[in-house]
Design a protein around this ligand. Structure first.
Ligand code: DGT
Ligand code: CA
Ligand code: CA
Ligand code: ZN
Length: 570
């Protein structure tokens, strides 16, 4: 069982407790535990096997540790099972809709007998919801929008969660002697933010033996289909995995075909057709003669194309670029020298300045910006002017102790309702690094929200706009803004756009990165780490950057300390 599933159990317990209107502190503690577990870089199952004390994990007390052991041993949590019986089954689903909290969910159930997202959708469309106490036309519209958000990711999994499942699967596959080679393809290889299913290609001399070995994997819940060419399974956690067998002579063509995207494939196939050739998952063919197929490179090359990085294979102009030698040289994880957003115990982080700095250094970073919240974010214990300045002093003191490393005194300052900033100018100009973000009062029109953000960008005291669209994948819609105006303002005032690396944010999303890049915007990568484990999300941000066609020069984090200092003086 993976950490994400265990975290999911605690989140569900919290949801159910909320529906039952129980002690808010207890609810909070389950949520915090879920969050900590998601951020953990070690698998709970491994920690347990190695005899570690789980209650040493932040936000995991003795009672929670006991539940984790129970879940790992039995696969279920009794507390959850009994809570489930006390609440109508569809209600937790309703609560996944952004505008629907526990109180509204109960009310919808009580007064309209609604038990599922579908029923809620129908009720909204039939305008039955607007007449309920405390709701109205606006609520109804917001709920409908929220249902669309939830449904757009229904049946899909966050990239990071799929990555954890794949890591465990990889350990298993690597021990199977019958498998000569295996590779992952599909949306996962292209680095999409959510994954429908995993596609795995296998080369094995003895396919029967390989199939037996694959099916012995202990996280499999159900075998969906099994044949000579293919095995499909569903993990207990719900993720489907399609394994397909190919010979070495076709492996490259197959990898290309199943990496997709479908739209990319169709375009490449057209290039083949221009030559009266045929391209499929077995190779590139002239009549029955295979021209290429062993490697992707060979297939692309035979088509007179450069090899296209998987992240670009979305039919956004990459095929033309590959034919004309116009593909960008994409930024790489190895180019990244530091992290420009993280939190410490000064606001809502779990570790101290020193602990975060040491962890960043272990990660191989040369610099780290500590960017705790400002006071408006009361839930996170945000800092006021005085506290922010003192914190900056403490950061610089810690920095003085670290050789060849720059610990940057920074802040994540809140952008208030009218675009003014939550801390005064004197505080902000004294910082090495200022990220500005919207966290509250998100419900305003597109024009007003754009004005608000542009005002902050034009303040002359911020370096970077944090998580620009404020979306949470599958849970919260991106804010409605005029991205063109924001991009223009960023260029005019030399302000960066952040790519936030949190698995459920990945914000700015890839599709916007390219426009901003073309306009001349510089980007930053921020893991937004809230604990020392959080730095490991950097690769996710890099994937987004690559999908957005960004080069090394487009990303501020790739600079050396000296070059970064120079850039900031400008
Ligand atoms: P997902 O699983 O929804 O996150 O997205 P993908 O892209 O992994 O899609 P999936 O698993 O249905 O198929 C994997 C790849 O196989 C897909 O990206 C392209 C290729 N493929 C699947 N069906 C077709 C097809 O009908 N035509 C072409 N040209 N390619 C296909
Ligand atoms: Ca797939
Ligand atoms: Ca598939
Ligand atoms: Zn933030």
């Amino acid at each position: 069982m993976e950490n994400a599933e265990i975290a999911g159990i605690f989140d569900e317990i919290a949801d159910l407790l909320e529906l039952r209107d129980e002690n808010p502190f207890r609810i909070r503690s389950y949520r915090n535990a879920a969050q900590s577990i998601r951020n953990l870089s070690d698998r709970l199952a491994d920690l347990t096997d190695q005899g570690h004390d789980l209650s040493a994990i932040p936000n995991v007390g003795d009672a929670t540790a006991k539940k984790i052991h129970e879940i790992l041993e039995t696969g279920v949590c009794k507390r959850l099972e009994s809570l489930r019986k006390q609440v109508p089954p569809g209600l937790p689903d309703l609560m996944r809709v952004p505008a629907v909290g526990p109180r509204k969910a109960m009310q919808l159930h009580r007064e309209l007998n609604i038990e599922s997202l579908e029923e809620l959708k129908h009720a909204c469309e039939a305008h039955k919801v607007r007449d309920l106490d405390g709701m109205g036309k606006k609520t109804e519209e917001t709920i409908l929008q929220g249902i669309a958000t939830v449904q757009s990711t229904a049946g899909r999994m966050l990239y990071q969660e799929a990555a954890e499942h794949l890591d465990s699967l990889a350990e298993h596959l690597d021990t199977v002697a019958a498998i000569d080679r295996w590779e992952v393809a599909g949306s996962y290889r292209r680095g999409r933010e959510t994954i429908g299913d995993l596609d795995v290609l296998v080369h094995a001399k003895d396919r029967t033996k390989a199939t037996e070995a694959i099916l012995a994997y202990n996280a499999i819940g159900r075998v969906i289909g099994r044949g000579k060419e293919r095995v499909s399974v569903r993990l207990e956690a719900g993720l489907q995995i399609d394994f397909r067998f190919f010979d070495a002579a076709a492996f490259g063509a197959a990898w290309m075909y199943f990496t997709g995207s479908k739209a990319h494939n169709i375009r490449v196939r057209r290039v083949a057709q221009e030559n009266k050739w045929k391209l499929n998952e077995y190779g590139l063919f002239k009549d029955d003669h295979r021209l290429a197929g062993k490697t992707e490179k060979a297939v692309y090359a035979r088509l007179d194309m450069r090899w296209v990085a998987p992240e670009l294979r979305e039919d956004r102009g990459e095929v033309e670029a590959a034919r004309q030698g116009g593909l960008p040289r994409l930024v790489d994880l190895d180019d990244v020298r530091g992290d420009l957003q993280c939190h410490t115990t000064a606001s809502d982080g779990k570790h101290s300045i020193q602990e975060m700095a040491q962890a960043a250094r272990r990660q191989g970073f040369d610099f780290l910006a500590i960017t705790d919240h400002s006071k408006r974010v009361t839930m996170a214990n945000g800092l006021d002017d005085e506290a922010a300045r003192k914190h900056a002093d403490a950061i610089r003191e810690a920095d003085a102790d670290m050789k060849r490393f720059w610990l940057m005194a920074g802040i994540e300052v809140d952008i208030l309702k009218r675009g003014n900033l939550d801390l005064n100018e004197k505080t902000l100009t004294a910082m090495d690094w200022v990220v500005a973000s919207v966290h509250y009062d998100r419900a305003m029109g597109r024009k007003a929200m754009t004005d608000r953000i542009v005002t902050a960008i034009a303040s002359g005291v911020i370096h970077c706009l944090g998580h620009p669209l404020g979306r949470i994948i599958g849970r919260r819609e991106p804010m409605a803004v005029d991205m063109d105006r924001i991009i223009e303002a960023c260029v005019d005032h030399n302000v960066c756009l952040e790519i936030n690396c949190q698995p459920d944010r990945l914000d700015l999303p890839d599709t916007f990165c390219r426009d901003a890049r073309d306009a001349g915007v510089t980007f930053t990568l921020g893991t937004d780490a809230h604990s020392t484990d959080g730095f490991r999300f950097m690769p996710l941000g890099v994937k987004v950057a690559r999908r957005g066609w960004l080069r090394k020069t487009d990303v501020l984090n790739t600079k050396t300390i000296t070059a970064l200092k120079k850039a900031l003086r400008k």
